[in-house]
Design a protein around this ligand. Structure first.
Ligand SMILES: Nc1nc2c(ncn2[C@@H]2O[C@H](COP(=O)(O)OP(=O)(O)OP(=O)(O)O)[C@@H](O)[C@H]2O)c(=O)[nH]1
Ligand SMILES: [Mg+2]
Length: 307
């Protein structure tokens, strides 16, 4: 029998899938793994992601636009409030919601709160529960977690266990997500992996490098702004990038800069390597540190920093 090209089953599918969950549950790591490129920065500090990031999964018969979102929690600052509102806006505009719950942490009030919010804002949207980081637990513990997750999300939601870092069951997740998409055209041209502007990616790579190794409240206080990008005169292989790392207090400035500037140099080297990979040319990275007093709680400063 010859295959029927125009039967409904062959129709191209496309749509939007957003990943939501508590901070640090592996949403951005999963986004990168499914896209096959680093489109979102990741760290073991909660609240790494601060804006929605689109990553695109291209296949012959479908296109998934993944929307990675900031981790959700009860907000304590104006920044936290804005991030939560942003995620809630996202719920109502996607075809599928992927609720990320780590395999190695008990389901808590935070997960229940997010599930209630999803059901209140988008009661009819397909919900897929994604159990992340399964490489961290035994088979027995995973089995118990899958039961707890099914109790949380109810019988109609599919549950997919995955490990983004060990590349476990990612194809199955892609199939489940694609299967829930409506027929539709490709929204992005082949090969386009994100809609993040290069400038944003650069700022994020600097923030990722700066997050490495800092503790307590400092990760939340960091923000990065790219001030200028210039092609070096007489050199077509060198780009100058001038960036400012903002902190909230004078005391934090010293921590970020380090003894004799040692830490800032480390951050600069790590970020430059990543930015060179991104741009495919050599980069001179000029990093300065400035204080923007309590910017997380100040509407004016938040605006300036792009929130
Ligand atoms: N072992 C293991 N670690 C993982 C996996 N996925 C993510 N992680 C780690 O978990 C931490 C958090 O990962 P992120 O992807 O930044 O988490 P997130 O949910 O995007 O966090 P926010 O943006 O803060 O909400 C990082 O240290 C990751 O390396 C996984 O599959 N296995
Ligand atoms: Mg993230």
């Amino acid at each position: 029998m010859t295959p029927q090209k125009d039967s409904g089953n062959d129709e191209f599918r496309s749509g939007f899938v957003c990943f939501v969950g508590r901070p640090n549950t592996g949403k951005s790591t999963l986004t990168n793994a499914l896209v096959g490129a680093k489109v979102a920065i990741t760290s073991n500090r909660p609240q790494t992601t601060r804006h929605t990031i689109r990553g695109i999964v291209h296949r012959d018969d479908f296109q998934i636009i993944l929307v990675d979102t900031p981790g959700l929690h009860r907000p304590r600052t104006l920044l936290g409030q804005r991030l939560n509102d942003l995620v809630k806006d996202t719920y109502s505009t996607v075809d599928v919601i992927g609720l990320c719950i780590p395999a190695d942490e008990r389901i808590g009030p935070g997960d229940r709160w997010i599930h209630e919010q999803i059901r209140a804002v988008a009661p009819h949207t397909t919900l897929v529960a994604i159990v992340t980081k399964i490489d961290k637990v035994s088979k027995e513990r995973l089995a118990a977690q899958l039961i707890s997750v099914s109790e949380l999300v109810g019988p109609e939601a599919e549950i997919v266990p995955v490990s983004a870092t060990a590349d476990d069951n990612l194809d199955e997740l892609i199939n489940v997500l694609a299967g829930a998409l409506p027929p539709g055209p490709a929204f992005y041209p082949d090969g386009e992996l994100t809609d993040e502007p290069e400038e944003t990616l650069m700022a994020e790579l600097i923030r990722e490098a700066a997050l490495e190794g800092v503790r307590d409240e400092l990760p939340h206080s960091l923000a990065v702004v790219i001030e200028e990008i210039n092609q070096r005169e007489d050199r077509d292989d060198l780009i100058d990038v001038h960036a400012v790392l903002y902190v909230e207090r004078d005391s934090q400035k010293g921590i970020v800069i380090g003894k004799g500037g040692a830490r800032l140099r480390e951050v600069g080297t790590a970020a430059r390597t990543q930015i060179e990979k991104l741009l495919g040319t050599k980069v001179f990275l000029d990093l300065r540190v400035k204080v923007a007093k309590n910017w997380q709680r100040d509407p004016k400063q938040l605006g300036k920093l792009g929130f």
